[in-house]
Design a protein around this ligand. Structure first.
Ligand code: GYE
Length: 306
């Protein structure tokens, strides 16, 4: 007769966890650092990773999640490109008893039992930090005309970074957002939209607030091509804190970046293991981060990990 007892037990204990991860895309330096962090952390944790890149399209993410459900992965994690429209697919995951972890971006759903936890930054707070930096550091008198490059329409970071910034600057009515448009979090679109802003408003523009560094870097090119000095003629504030932003600050072309940490991989793998082990997790895990003005850029640069 076969004696399976011990061997079966060992197999169960060693069973590898499979994680399906549906990524937004590769739209920014932030995103590529985030992807890298998830891939290396999964490998380190011995977790099998099924990775899908949605190229910034919600329908691709939904397809990927459905395919993870069909493949019966142990856990699904994803960074939702936009906030709305997730109810149906999240219900499908729930019905299949596959726990879902949200990373980086939030969803807006009525029933929060559709996901286990949401780990990522507080984007409203990042917007407030950007606003506070401006009010504290913009010294010239008179009206201050701000142009805003928004992130992807309908995405949590675009909605929240706008909200937090507006909330703070409205305390001083001389600060006015005169134009606001999406640059979809990419350099190419950031440049294109900044060109349009410059065409329409020219030298009236005092400040650029970009929802991420990549769009600011694209805009810097547009400003230089228009014969103006980024960081001097136009004060530039952005969010993320990627290496490219530090290089731009060291060159004097970007004034400040509000940090948003993309290195969520290790935390995510811990959460995946905890969920599989049946442990309960806090509903919200907030990333810790800071603000880096130009004056500290050269000193901080060697410490940057993304
Ligand atoms: O700021 C931007 C990226 O969701 C926080 O997405 C993330 C944002 C990040 O494309 O660069």
């Amino acid at each position: 007769a076969l004696v399976l007892g011990g061997a079966t037990g060992a197999l169960a204990a060693d069973k590898k966890i499979t994680l399906g991860f549906a990524q937004v895309g590769a739209e920014s330096e932030w995103r590529t650092a985030n992807t890298q962090s998830i891939k290396t952390s999964a490998a380190k944790a011995g977790i099998t990773l099924k990775f899908s890149d949605a190229q910034q399209k919600q329908e691709n993410q939904i397809k990927a999640i459905r395919s993870f459900i069909a493949q019966k992965v142990d856990v699904i994690a994803f960074s939702p490109v936009v906030e709305s429209g997730w109810e149906t697919v999240l219900k499908e995951a729930k019905a299949a008893k596959i726990p879902v972890i949200l990373t980086d971006r939030a969803v807006s759903v009525k029933d929060d039992s559709l996901y286990v936890t949401f780990m990522g930054s507080d984007f409203v707070e990042e917007g407030r930090r950007a606003g506070h930096w401006l009010l504290d550091n913009y010294k010239a008198q008179g009206n201050v005309n701000i142009v805003e490059l928004q992130g992807t329409v309908g995405s949590a970071p675009a909605i929240d970074r706008k909200k937090g910034f507006e909330e703070v600057i409205k305390a001083q009515p001389r600060f006015k957002v005169i134009r606001s448009q999406t640059g979809d979090f990419t350099r190419a679109k950031g440049k294109e939209v900044m060109e349009a802003f410059l065409k329409a408003e020219g030298k009236k523009i005092n400040v650029l607030y970009a929802h991420n560094d990549d769009m600011a870097i694209g805009a810097i090119q547009a400003i230089e091509e228009a014969g103006m000095k980024p960081g001097k003629d136009i004060t530039i504030i952005s969010v993320d804190g990627v290496k490219g932003a530090f290089e731009a600050m060291i060159a004097g072309k970007l004034n400040v970046t509000v940090e948003c940490n993309p290195l969520l991989g290790p935390q995510l793998m811990d959460a995946v293991r905890d969920v599989v082990a049946g442990k309960s997790l806090p509903k919200r895990i907030v990333t810790k981060e800071s603000v880096y003005p130009q004056s500290v850029a050269a000193k901080e640069f060697p410490n940057r990990k993304y």
